[in-house]
Design a protein. Structure first.
Length: 218
């Protein structure tokens, strides 16, 4: 970095330069997602889905020396991710306004995802050419009466390269989308492999009398 000439080292100018330097590191952005529809055999269930306010409005915020005034809004994209994946996994999806007991509604169970944590790594921090993103979820599966069946930890990882994306914002955006895709694929692929979920599914006659009846035999 070039040094500032002594003649220009006035307090006012130095303050301005420091302010501009901080502004260049600040970040306000809204995450975007483009998640493909998974190719999955639908389970013959009517699943309720509940997104709480914290999930719908999730924002990663940090105000540190290295990341001053960071705000990455991803709530809308989090909802879009699950809205894209869930209808490909179940015969019917019903969106719920609360986790109040839904007995008598014909709902077989309720899925309620939560964002536990988001982490970011920039190329200058890791001395690599990668923007990296990690997302950790807690996906709750509940009975229609509100009883918790399982709280399933789900994670997604994404990266993008400075070779193709020179700007920080575009690099992070691409890495976030990659992490969403990873999480969506893992959710669709592993849902029936989680032991408590598989056991719950095996107790559903409509599952055992369907083309996914192999779930009931294990």
């Amino acid at each position: 970095m070039r040094s500032i000439p002594a003649a220009l080292r006035t307090p006012a100018l130095l303050s301005l330069l420091l302010l501009l330097g901080g502004c260049s590191q600040s970040l306000t952005m809204e995450a975007q997602t483009d998640v493909p529809t998974p190719l999955a055999t639908k389970l013959p269930l009517n699943m309720g889905v509940y997104y709480d306010e914290a999930f719908r409005n999730y924002t990663y915020e940090e105000n540190s020396e290295d990341r001053p005034n960071w705000a990455i809004k991803s709530g809308a994209s989090q909802v879009e991710l699950f809205d894209q994946v869930l209808p490909s996994m179940f015969d019917n999806i019903s969106y719920l306004d609360s986790l109040s007991p839904a007995e008598g509604s014909g709902i077989d169970g309720i899925i309620a995802p939560q964002v536990e944590e988001m982490q970011f790594a920039l190329p200058n921090e890791t001395r690599s050419d990668l923007y990296e993103v990690w997302i950790k979820y807690k996906v709750r599966l509940l009975e229609a009466n509100g009883d918790v069946i399982v709280e399933w930890p789900l994670s997604g990882y994404g990266k993008s390269s400075t070779e193709f994306l020179k700007s920080r914002d575009k690099g992070l955006q691409a890495a976030i989308n990659s992490a969403f895709r990873d999480a969506g694929a893992k959710f669709a692929l592993n849902f029936t492999r989680v032991a408590p979920i598989r056991q719950w599914l095996a107790g559903k006659p409509k599952i055992c009398n369907s083309k996914v009846s192999d779930i009931c035999g294990t």
